[in-house]
Design a protein around this ligand. Structure first.
Ligand SMILES: NC(=O)c1ccc[n+]([C@@H]2O[C@H](COP(=O)([O-])OP(=O)(O)OC[C@H]3O[C@@H](n4cnc5c(N)ncnc54)[C@H](OP(=O)(O)O)[C@@H]3O)[C@@H](O)[C@H]2O)c1
Length: 289
């Protein structure tokens, strides 16, 4: 039986939908607050409480799961690794065969992305515990690119120390379609899946597309990391978020989000949507409304 953890988040909900299309309601969804997933239970899905911070609750939540989708959370490296270990330890105790982990393409040891140490440590821990993890190396969400676009349409600019770095934007829906396949097919243990959009784009290209699509002049200002940090601090951005945003921009600049693969199309038969096309379509909806 498949257990999808973090089933109530943006990606989790898409994975639930994609799995339902493949196997109906024959899987378990775990969430932190079951009241917020009452619609899933009403559809006939088994919904269980599974807060990764609560080891006993997690063990009950994943009971009977031979395949577990381990959702990535947010927080410090220490917090996350502790949460993931609670799931991995419970999975080991009950004899779970496969764990698929929601990772990220910027997972290289030298990556400045703030979540990367938690990804590296968690994959290593799974291997130590005898698992051959399925590593879902997700690209950057196109929905995150849409947020950048929406801010740019309001301010007239994209401001970032990302240089000419590119991003292979991918929609959560496409990630979910591929994830549902990977979870329901055998033989994926120990494999890395780079799940990205079909092309990578820089902020200058995003700005140019927005200008062309809306007729509003949108520019990209490539500023220094120091000025970016100072601007975020001046806007009272919480320190943790400042560190996250500067680390994320450095990751783009280093080219670590530019990786392009065609894995989504290869394994699902339907290619991933172009990220810039998605952002254009969705951004235009907000402009017209
Ligand atoms: N690839 C990318 O571009 C990208 C962008 C942003 C984030 N991410 C990562 O991908 C993950 C999924 O993205 P998303 O857009 O679906 O984020 P999201 O909507 O914030 O969902 C995060 C999920 O993690 C769950 N979660 C958080 N803490 C938990 C805990 N202690 N125990 C159990 N579950 C917990 C949340 O549960 P609740 O529903 O109970 O809150 C939620 O289901 C994020 O958490 C983040 O690590 C990736």
């Amino acid at each position: 039986m498949i257990v999808v953890t973090g089933g109530n988040g943006g990606l989790g909900r898409e994975i639930v939908r994609a799995l339902q299309e493949r196997i109906g309601n024959k899987f378990v969804v775990t969430v932190r607050d079951t009241a917020k997933a009452s619609d899933l239970a009403a559809q006939g899905l088994t919904v269980r409480a599974g807060d990764f911070d609560k080891a006993d609750e997690v063990a009950r939540a994943i009971e009977g799961g031979d395949t577990i989708l381990l959702m990535a959370t947010l927080g410090s490296t220490e917090q996350r690794v502790k949460q993931y270990k609670n799931v991995i330890d419970a999975a080991k105790r009950q004899g779970t065969k496969r764990i698929a982990f929601v990772g990220y393409v910027a997972d290289q040891p030298h990556s400045p992305f703030p979540s990367t140490p938690s990804i590296i440590q968690t994959l290593a821990y799974m291997k130590e515990q005898g698992f051959a993890p399925i590593n879902l190396r997700n690209g950057n969400y196109a929905e995150a690119g849409l947020m950048t676009a929406t801010r740019a349409l309001a301010s007239g600019k994209i401001v970032s120390p990302a240089g000419n770095g590119k991003i292979s934007y991918v929609t959560r829906r496409d990630l979910a379609r591929a994830t549902a396949r990977i979870l329901t097919e055998t033989g994926n243990e120990g494999k890395d899946f780079a799940l990205t959009g079909p092309k990578a784009y820089g902020h200058a290209e995003l700005a140019a597309m927005l200008s062309e699509a809306t007729g509003k002049k949108i520019v990209y200002e490539d500023i220094s990391p120091e000025s970016y940090k100072a601007q975020l601090e001046a806007a009272n951005t919480p320190p943790g978020l400042v560190a996250f945003m500067t680390g994320a921009a450095a990751t783009v600049k280093a080219g670590l989000l530019a990786e392009v693969s065609y894995t989504i199309g290869d394994i699902t038969g339907i290619p991933a949507e172009d990220g810039l096309a998605f952002i254009r379509r969705e951004a235009l909806k907000t402009v017209k409304n």
